[in-house]
Design a protein around this ligand. Structure first.
Ligand code: KG4
Ligand code: ZN
Length: 341
């Protein structure tokens, strides 16, 4: 049995996992930084990277202890080196390189977005390829054509904000805490999703596999504060019912965009399986709408359980596919903060 250590520090979660070559999770730890960023309504890169520095060693230590594995017993060490926040990525990368050097372990690079899709492979316990992959996270909203664990082609994505980012910004406008997605989902349960007629950007053009959430965010802002320029950080006196109705209306608009473009992507590449990953996939209304759509259109839908939707290191087990293909990195491995196309 081969055992792999995977590290994940792309954004604001410090995570490590030990996974076997049969995809059995022996240990997994996620240290969230939500409370550090809460007061700012979003992730502050400088704070995130400093927190990773403090947490990475305890997190690795705890993971190995949970897995009852010593560093010298590992087959390889893997690290998500793209895409993400530079300062955050560097902490994971340096930790992985140090372990690789000190324990003479092969070093494997993980694409964080591909790993989000691979979470479906781990959760389902069966082959998921070929499929269309949809990533809906705080930093990304992307569609991929996934032919194999080593062959991902981007086929669409956001032209401005990511879905999760829009959730976070709208939550902040509504006076809800960070992260905004779970907060919006919670209050939306008491809301009327038809009260506000918000736009569904690009939905009417199925030839474009693109999302745009910036205009939707602005539409919410105008509904709350009136049209025109609104000072940054402006807070209106919002009645709880209005907050609930806006949360529900906004959530519905985002979900409709995601569902419509996923169907368009499946039809375009003639795939019949959709694998979803990223924090927004934890949203109950999103899951329900996707489930209904998969039945209506007859495609297979895979969405991992919540702990594998949000950032974690278990999904970094996609590295095992690279291990078997002999795809190793030298100690010159660098980070790639932006999207790699
Ligand atoms: O994948 P993730 O954990 O981190 C990134 O790689 O960005 O995604 C975090 C994002 C945040 O924007 C958060 O608001 C959103 O996922 N999110 C949700 C929910 N839970 C987390 N959005 C909508 N509904 C949720 N229940
Ligand atoms: Zn992520």
């Amino acid at each position: 049995m081969l055992r792999f250590l995977t590290l994940e520090t792309t954004c604001d979660e410090t995570a490590a996992a030990v996974v076997t070559d049969e995809l059995v999770v022996l240990g997994a730890v996620v240290a969230s930084q939500d409370e550090l960023h809460q007061q700012f309504g979003g992730v502050v890169p400088e704070i995130a990277s400093r927190a990773h520095v403090e947490r990475i060693l305890p997190v690795i230590h705890q993971t190995l202890e949970q897995a009852d594995v010593a560093l010298q017993d590992l087959a390889a060490v893997a690290v998500a080196n793209r895409p993400g926040l530079s300062g955050s990525l560097l902490v994971g990368l340096m930790a992985a390189k140090t372990l690789a050097l000190a324990y003479e372990l092969p070093l494997i690079a993980v694409d964080h977005l591909q790993a989000h899709i691979y979470a479906c492979r781990i959760a389902s316990g069966r082959n998921i390829f070929p499929c269309v992959g949809l990533i809906v996270s705080g930093g990304h909203s992307n569609l991929y054509r996934c032919q194999s664990p080593l062959d991902f082609t981007p086929i669409g994505g956001t032209i401005d904000d990511a879905a999760g980012e829009a959730f976070d910004k709208v939550a902040s406008m509504l006076g809800l805490p960070y992260p905004g997605g779970p907060a919006i989902e919670q209050v939306a349960k008491q809301g009327d999703s038809e009260r506000f007629k918000l736009p569904r950007p690009l939905v009417s053009d199925p030839s474009r596999l693109e999302f745009s959430f910036s205009g939707l965010k602005t539409a919410v802002r105008y509904e709350l504060f009136g049209p025109g320029r609104v000072p940054m950080g402006a807070k209106a006196e919002l009645k709880p019912q209005l907050v609930a109705d806006m949360a529900a209306s906004f959530q519905e608009a985002v979900v409709e965009c995601l569902v419509t473009k996923s169907v368009a992507a499946l039809q375009k590449v003639k795939a019949d399986r959709l694998c979803v990953g990223g924090g927004v996939a934890a949203n109950g209304r999103f899951r329900e709408a996707m489930e209904n759509t998969s039945q209506e259109y007859g495609f297979e839908l895979l969405i991992p359980p919540l702990n594998l939707c949000t950032d974690n290191a278990v999904m970094g087990a996609i590295a095992i596919e690279r291990y078997h293909a002999g795809l190793f990195e030298s100690l010159d491995l660098d980070i790639k903060a932006g999207l790699v196309r």
